[in-house]
Design a protein around this ligand. Structure first.
Ligand code: ATP
Ligand code: MG
Ligand code: MG
Ligand code: MG
Length: 468
């Protein structure tokens, strides 16, 4: 199945099971002091998961566009994109583990057609010291489903297996769980906020035997390590406890929160460990191949970054953001300029960013009509930002080369100059420095912030005096 069919298949299934399809939240959050973008389907539902009544009932679902700028350094691997769509369904005091796990099985195996032999699941192992039992309910349901499908249930693993092994955790591309399968808004069962709900979660992985056991990044291949051969495609959280002064207590109203990665499920459906092969991303890669005259196989990392960042930028601009020096606008600027930097590396023509953005807009025209409606504005905004950065990109790179010859670690002040004069977002400049084998001071971030502050003070003083 392709992305469109899976999105539709999910919504049809949950609707048939009595879920109200709620309106998705905006991607860009304007009144939230904690986060700039919606990063999961659950995020807008938190008040209801904490106890408020939802106007549309207690059995809800949607497909939520998400942006995780915190995942930007992972982009380039086979599974993380900054923008992605999350399938979500929720029960607020309605159904619980049995219905959730069986419905998820039906979706993955019967509707999407995933091979049960390739599914692995992890469950919460409990905490003896805190007196929290292992999630045997979930384990038993999974075991029954696997057994009925003629598959050995040894693939139902505990979250503790293979964990605590610190080997190979040091690169940006490695995701290896240290936490147990426990969800709360913050902390484990003993440190989460008093009065908050929390509980075990059960995660689903898809196994790709065609991936080398240990990749270049040293990823672990184990159903509990989201890396190498196992791709996390979704997880179900069961909020059944609340924390009180005296410890955990069973909740009267128990909730389910399911989040599944649409692109990852689509990748599993076409037996590809690479999410960029799915129907919403592959046309972008193909366009990049045509425009550059180069192959994806030889330019995988750069093409993934360009495709991801342009797609993310299209959705962020579509939600009304313009490139700027802070907050949402800065994240957007970073996405666009980083895409341009990598496009420059592939010697892509100036028109490339716009052409790829056009492909994104067309792909999502049916599912996200707002994006199509804002199409011209999106392209104009991208073109404007591109013009301003392309002008200084070459000079900035030359300046970086020159700084590299000074035989000293680069400082936050250097990065400030690169931003101020040549428009290099600081993270991009640091990345560039590392790519050239240069060193940077430990305090580059503080030094950079200090320069920004000084500049702000100078310009405020200037405007008070009437000079600007
Ligand atoms: P991972 O461990 O792979 O980083 P996660 O545990 O952080 O994923 P969740 O918060 O559980 O992700 O989100 C629910 C689902 O959304 C995940 O199971 C995965 O399928 C998908 N997902 C999460 N992050 C990304 C991403 N950056 N790009 C694409 N899909 C994602
Ligand atoms: Mg993650
Ligand atoms: Mg995970
Ligand atoms: Mg997860």
């Amino acid at each position: 199945m392709n992305v469109e069919e899976i999105r539709r298949g999910f919504l049809d299934l949950v609707a048939a099971r009595g879920h109200k399809i709620v309106d998705r939240a905006p991607l860009v959050l304007r009144d939230d002091s904690t986060t700039l973008f919606t990063g999961s389907g659950m995020q807008p539902l938190v008040p209801y998961l904490l106890g408020a009544d939802h106007p549309q009932g207690d059995v809800l679902a949607d497909v939520q566009p998400c942006l995780r700028s915190q995942d930007i350094d992972e982009v380039g691997d086979n599974r993380h994109t900054t923008f992605f769509e999350m399938l979500g369904n929720w029960s607020l005091g309605g159904y619980f583990k049995d219905e959730q796990i069986r419905m998820l099985w039906e979706f993955l195996v019967e509707i999407v057609g995933l091979d049960p032999n390739r599914l692995y699941v992890s469950v919460y192992s409990g905490d003896e010291a805190l007196g929290i039992p292992r999630d045997t309910d979930s384990a038993d349901i999974w075991t029954e489903l696997f057994t009925a499908a003629g598959v050995s249930a040894d693939r139902v693993v505990l979250d503790t297996e293979q964990r605590g092994d610190d080997e190979g955790h040091h690169g940006a591309h490695i995701c290896f769980y240290r936490d147990k399968n426990w969800w709360s808004r913050g902390g484990g069962p003993d440190t989460m906020p008093i009065g908050d709900p929390g509980g075990p979660d059960t995660e689903v992985f898809y196994y790709f035997p065609q991936v080398e056991h240990d990749t270049a990044f040293g990823r672990h291949s184990h159903p509990n390590s989201d890396g190498g051969q196992f791709l996390e495609i979704g997880n179900s959280v069961f909020m059944q406890f609340t924390r009180t002064e005296s410890g955990l207590r069973e909740l009267g109203r128990r909730n389910v929160d399911f989040g599944g990665g649409l692109e990852r499920i689509a990748a599993a459906s076409i037996d590809s460990p690479d999410v960029y092969r799915v129907s919403t991303l592959w046309p972008l890669i193909e366009r990049l191949e045509t425009l550059s005259g180069r192959t994806y196989d030889e330019n995988t990392h750069a093409m993934r970054i360009i495709a991801d960042h342009i797609r993310g930028a299209v959705f962020v601009i579509g939600d009304g953001v313009k490139p700027a020096g802070k907050e949402h606008g800065y994240v957007l600027r970073r996405l666009i300029r980083r895409a341009i930097r990598f496009a420059h590396g592939l010697e892509l023509p100036d028109s490339a960013i716009g052409e790829v953005a056009r492909v994104v807009i067309d792909i999502y025209a049916d599912a996200y009509p707002d994006i199509a409606a804002a199409g011209d504005d999106i392209l104009a905004t991208l073109a404007k930002e591109e013009r301003s950065f392309r002008r200084t990109l070459g000079k900035g790179l030359r300046e970086l080369r020159r700084l590299g010859k000074e035989n000293r670690p680069l400082t936050g002040e250097d990065f400030y100059t690169l931003y101020d004069r040549y428009g290099f977002p600081v993270e991009l400049a640091v990345e560039e420095a590392f790519a050239r084998g240069l060193t940077v001071t430990d305090n580059w971030r503080t030094e950079f912030d200090e320069c920004t502050l000084q500049q702000r003070e100078r310009s405020q003083a200037g405007s008070k005096l009437g000079v600007s």
